[in-house]
Design a binder for this molecule. Structure first.
Ligand code: ZN
Length: 116
């Protein structure tokens, strides 16, 4: 994992020039058709369900052990788990879906698009 690819992905910038915004706005997952800065065509960049699957694995492997730890250590009532974990999972999903999608697209650009 090189730092430039990761930095570009976390800032949600174009994987080709690292300047133009990848998404149409801050609150959407819709990509521009072309990079606003360099004109790079994003049409061939389709991450499909990859980012969501990565997030399911990452959050699942971190939240489930945390929930089990809380359950086994403190034995709280069920509603505490609902209040604690549901908003946390939703917030983390919303916070990380754009950067993870950007990272998948950056890796796609790095290993597939540049290799043609
Ligand atoms: Zn660009």
């Amino acid at each position: 994992m090189d730092k430039d690819t990761l930095r570009t992905a976390l800032s949600c910038k174009c994987p080709h020039c690292a300047q133009g915004d990848l998404y149409k706005s801050r609150y959407t997952l819709q990509l521009h058709k072309n990079c606003p800065s360099c004109g790079y065509d994003f049409a061939g960049s389709d991450s499909a369900d990859g980012p969501a699957v990565f997030l399911i694995f990452i959050l699942g492997f971190t939240i489930v052990p945390a929930a089990l730890f809380v359950e086994l250590t403190f034995e709280p009532p069920f509603w505490v788990h609902m209040i604690l974990w549901t908003p946390l999972v939703i917030a983390l999903t919303v916070a990380f879906l754009r950067p993870v999608k950007s990272y998948v697209l950056a890796l796609h650009h790095k290993y597939i698009s540049e290799g043609r």
